[in-house]
Design a protein around this ligand. Structure first.
Ligand code: ITT
Ligand code: MG
Length: 174
């Protein structure tokens, strides 16, 4: 089975490989730097979900693989509170699109204000933590949950929901 991944971000690729290899041991993985065709910093659930779908479609076009994953991080506001939100999409060769959302958590006001000023969460987190590449490792979720959940684990849960729906979909179409 050929598995294509629409990013080279390590937190995302690790999550996909960890979960897919649990259920399909013959999987071969390929990574593609595809566009999400949405803002670098999506600002709603709708835009974040669309980014994940676009990545999955663009990955399918580039690869022709059996499973094509798109994972996207974004933010959304409710009652003046800014949350980080996360979406995943799995595109199949027959045109089927499977989607799922993941964990949501609060971004502190000092982070939220910088995003409202047009900055991207990735660089803002690097400045906040004084580290390079937070988005490839623990991520904002790790920093703001005392590392109880890191970015890989958060995406693993989304990928598990996608694979579970894929297995269910196959059981209906067989
Ligand atoms: O290379 P890609 O796949 O684009 O990975 P990314 O880390 O940029 O992730 P997204 O594009 O999905 O996320 C949109 C923006 O939000 C940032 N972001 C999202 N979740 C984050 C997290 O947990 N920690 C740090 N930055 C995060 C990210 O760096 C981008 O600036
Ligand atoms: Mg990005």
């Amino acid at each position: 089975m050929r598995v294509a991944i629409g990013t080279k971000n390590r937190a995302k690729t690790k999550a996909i490989e960890n979960v897919v290899s649990t259920y399909f041991n013959e999987a071969r993985y390929e990574q593609f730097n595809v566009s999400s065709n949405v803002s670098e910093q999506p600002f709603s659930d709708e835009e974040t979900r669309q980014g994940a779908i676009n990545r999955a479609v663009n990955t399918l076009k580039a690869s022709g693989a059996d499973l094509n994953f798109g994972l996207e991080g974004g933010v959304r506001e409710m009652d003046g509170v800014m949350y980080c939100c996360n979406w995943g999409a799995l595109a199949l060769k027959d045109g089927t699109m499977i989607t799922s959302a993941g964990a949501t958590f609060i971004l502190p006001k000092e982070i939220a204000d910088q995003l409202r000023d047009g900055k991207e969460l990735g660089p803002v987190m690097d400045e906040y933590t004084n580290e390079i590449g937070t988005r490839h490792n623990s991520g904002a979720i790790g920093v703001f949950t005392a590392n109880l959940v890191d970015r890989t684990e958060m995406f693993e849960h989304i990928v598990k929901l996608l694979i579970g729906q894929y297995i269910f979909h196959n059981s209906l179409t067989k």
